[in-house]
Ligand binder design. Sequence first.
Ligand code: ADP
Ligand code: MG
Length: 384
Amino acid sequence: MAHGTAMALLVAALAAAAAATAAASLLWRRLRAARAAAPAGTHALVRDAVPDLLAAFPDPLLVVHDRRVLIANQAARDLLGAHIEGSDVRLAIRHPAAAEHLARNEEGQAPVRIELVGLGELGRPWELTIAPLSGGRRLVRLVDQSQTRAAEQMRVDFVANASHELRTPLATLIGFIETLQDEAAVDPATRQRFVGIMAGEAVRMRDLIDDLMSLSRIEADRFAPPRETVDLRPLVEEVREAVKPMAGDRPIRFERGAGEALVAGDRGQLAQMLTNLIVNALKYGRAGSRIRVRLADAGPDLVSLAVIDQGEGIPADHIPRLTERFYRVDPGRSRQVGGTGLGLAIVKHIVLRHRGRLDIRSKPGVGTTVEVTLPRAAPAATAA
Ligand SMILES: Nc1ncnc2c1ncn2[C@@H]1O[C@H](COP(=O)(O)OP(=O)(O)O)[C@@H](O)[C@H]1O
Ligand SMILES: [Mg+2]
């Protein structure tokens, strides 16, 4: 193939592929500009960059002409076979839904999009796009849809789980209301007991709705960096006071390193994060055992805030999943102590919004340390 033709082809291929990514489209514009502006000798330079550019696309890409695969990038060869260049595209992509479109040969057709399952890894969903290029060539691009599908599935599961969580206390409430209505003579002691249970279930529903609303508010703010400058020392003192009624006689010790602990943060959210962690330490800690809140330097630009308990601990295989919504090691126990299963999901989202890091370390039978590392406030923000 003549260099000029190869060049034109690849530039056009990149143009079509680049439609999806801003960075790639910038590359392509530079490439086109270079082609237009450069004296003849520099074409070779640009041309040499083309294989790199094609290879840099993570998605499988094919340039097809007359049903034959002219070019396949590395991702395409990995997925469809090392020797697909030169072969019939319908053999390269063996898929009934795609075959008819791939076989077409007319000029100037509008791009086609097809959803496929069954290429490469079993069950992996792909979106196949066929876009026309000049000279009867077509660009075939495959985009892995697994992450999009997983996100959709998560949304569906979340709604189902939230509904289920709300429905359970509601069913209990309705059951007791019916009993109280039906039975003419419920003795006062029994009535009192029923009302107590009903109050508990109503509180559970309210807590769940509060947590759901917090989570959605925090997620809505996800891309808006917090602007206040927050000193973590008084914040810890405040939260410690607030949870005291719940702690009863259990000591919550505050260990603070010297120096300031100023972070750019949302004060309300940071307080909520710390409250959730201390409440977990209280709920899953051993009766009478001590809880430590440790504030320390974690390098020149970072502050670490850790909540350490001497509780039952968490088996290692559960740890990666604790921040999923409604994930609990022991659902019965969590409900019994008034948990919603959303506390650590809220913590995770607050930490993410603050560009921090969340580490959960635990030894069953010994205790759990949940550590949040946050960037210190920038000096300018500190002065303000
Ligand atoms: N400090 C801890 N010690 C032991 N287990 C914990 C601790 N913190 C959280 N967990 C476990 O993680 C699960 C999820 O925590 P969280 O999201 O706060 O929900 P919950 O409302 O159940 O407390 C809890 O149900 C519990 O099994
Ligand atoms: Mg909790």
